[in-house]
Design a protein around this ligand. Structure first.
Ligand code: FES
Length: 116
């Protein structure tokens, strides 16, 4: 019952195991189900000891934000036009562009929950 109420207020979530192994300044692409059926593909990254999740769809011109080491240890990047995005806010740096979509992440021990 409590779990149902939590889900009602927070929306659906996906639990990802073993995220404690993601090192500081790194990111990893994770599939959270079919995007056409309410899922998403996200870049999960660790910065400042915290986890952040950014949708892979670039808000600029439909490119894909990629995983790997964070640029300057802080930003995720879309290589199509080399735009950098803050994974915490989704904001593009130094360019006029819509924000990338971000997802709330709750880290619990070795795992995390990403709220869609
Ligand atoms: S499409 Fe991503 S930076 Fe242009």
């Amino acid at each position: 019952m409590f779990e149902s109420l939590k889900r009602l207020f927070r929306g659906p979530s996906v639990r990802i195991q073993g995220v404690d192994k993601l090192p500081e300044g790194e990111s990893k692409k994770i599939s959270l189900g079919d995007p056409l059926a309410g899922g998403a593909e996200v870049i999960l990254c660790r910065r400042g000891g915290r986890l952040f999740a950014v949708d892979v769809r670039c808000p600029h011109e439909g490119g894909r934000i990629v995983d790997g080491p964070l640029r300057e240890g802080r930003y995720v990047v879309c290589p199509l036009h080399n735009y950098k995005f803050d994974p915490e806010t989704g904001r593009a740096l130094g360019v006029a562009c819509k924000d990338a979509r971000t997802y709330r992440v709750s880290e619990q021990g070795r795992d995390c929950e990403i709220f869609l």
